[in-house]
Design a protein around this ligand. Sequence first.
Ligand SMILES: Nc1ncnc2c1ncn2[C@@H]1O[C@H](COP(=O)(O)OP(=O)(O)OP(=O)(O)O)[C@@H](O)[C@H]1O
Ligand SMILES: [Mg+2]
Length: 146
Amino acid sequence: MNQSFITQSEDETISVGFQFGETLTPGSVVALFGDLGTGKTRLIKGLCKGLGVAEHVSSPTFTIVNEYHGKCCKIFHFDFYRMNSITELKEIGFDEYIYNDGVCVIEWADRVEKLLPPDRFNVFLKLGANENEREIRIEKIGDTKS
Ligand SMILES: Nc1ncnc2c1ncn2[C@@H]1O[C@H](COP(=O)(O)OP(=O)(O)OP(=O)(O)O)[C@@H](O)[C@H]1O
Ligand SMILES: [Mg+2]
């Protein structure tokens, strides 16, 4: 089911992420699309809480992927903002992560769009009408359950 939200603070975005995270299951892939500062990492913070992650969640700046431990499974947090080539993707074995039993969340998913699995969630984030407003749309693509 597709869902749209308008949030007025980072806490509200975290809470959207939390509720979404609670619905995810092992193997879920979540691709996030949105410019700098639109709230991708904040949403993932909530999503991870919803999956029972107790570890600190922040963008993997010096590596491409961060790994957390949730109740159902591992969560792999990718950020492709600084990715330079598809070779880097092959080096980290991206396919093995996304076709596996963890939950994968991907910032800057447009940079790897061709490699994303057909069954997934797309999350679009945009700046809203004022400084702290964000528009968030969650779309289910393919047959992903939940
Ligand atoms: N409604 C809101 N939802 C989320 N973040 C908000 C909101 N209002 C203001 N903010 C601020 O916007 C910023 C969002 O940062 P965040 O790191 O989550 O964005 P991002 O999309 O991951 O950016 P990047 O592309 O740099 O990784 C934070 O500084 C946060 O405090
Ligand atoms: Mg981020």
